[in-house]
Design a protein around this ligand. Structure first.
Ligand code: MG
Length: 204
């Protein structure tokens, strides 16, 4: 399986990092070794002093497809979970400044904790109006709603599938809202969709 992620998909997050607003989705990938499941702790790596949390909704791909037409895009994911796109911001900024790929700042071990539970798509009245949030040590740090995405789920599926064949079991991180910040050893993170806690783990 592969993990595909969308960058710069919420305007206020683009502004907080002083990035340019993209005309097409910004795509990157993480290896499957980035996955962290079952609320396992995240071990803060020594190579960074600035690991940021980015809470994101995650689509679970349910069938193989490429060059997917927009009107069928919704058939290619069947459930939505929540995850953290951990980012070594210090490394990323250094690489970005040199115009180099920032893979290692995004794809390192454990950089993709995800919820064990994925909510079936049909349980949502409107996938363009889903609330999600992240609490750190009991305080809300990030809060998002899918109505604020620059590129919606269907557009992401269509766009990504022009370049990468999607396969059953692939995961797509769909971008983070504003409020990203560094995590510290000892922090407890809790991510929820519509108030339902789905992911809870500690930084060690
Ligand atoms: Mg992200």
């Amino acid at each position: 399986m592969k993990i595909i992620a969308i960058g710069r998909n919420y305007a206020e997050h683009i502004a907080e990092l002083q990035n340019e607003r993209p005309e097409e989705p910004v795509i990157f990938m993480k290896p499957d070794t980035a996955l962290l499941r079952h609320n396992e702790p995240f071990y803060h790596p020594a190579f960074s002093n600035d690991i940021h949390h980015e809470v994101e909704l995650v689509l679970r791909v349910c069938k193989e497809g490429k060059y997917i037409d927009a009107k069928f895009a919704g058939n290619y994911y069947d459930a939505i979970g929540i995850g953290i796109d951990f980012t070594a911001r210090d490394l990323q900024n250094k690489l970005k400044a040199k115009g180099l790929p920032w893979e290692i700042a995004k794809g390192f071990n454990g950089s993709a904790p995800i919820s064990d539970t994925f909510i079936p798509k049909e349980n949502f009245q409107d996938v363009k109006n889903i609330n999600f949030d992240l609490q750190v040590n009991g305080t809300q740090r990030q809060q998002g709603n899918t109505s604020l995405m620059l590129f919606d789920f269907d557009y992401i599926i269509t766009y990504v599938s022009q370049f990468f064949t999607l396969r059953k079991g692939d995961l797509i991180f769909t971008g983070t809202p504003k409020g990203v910040a560094a995590v510290q050893v000892g922090d407890k993170l809790r991510a929820s969709i519509e108030g339902q806690n789905l992911l809870e783990f500690e930084i060690k």
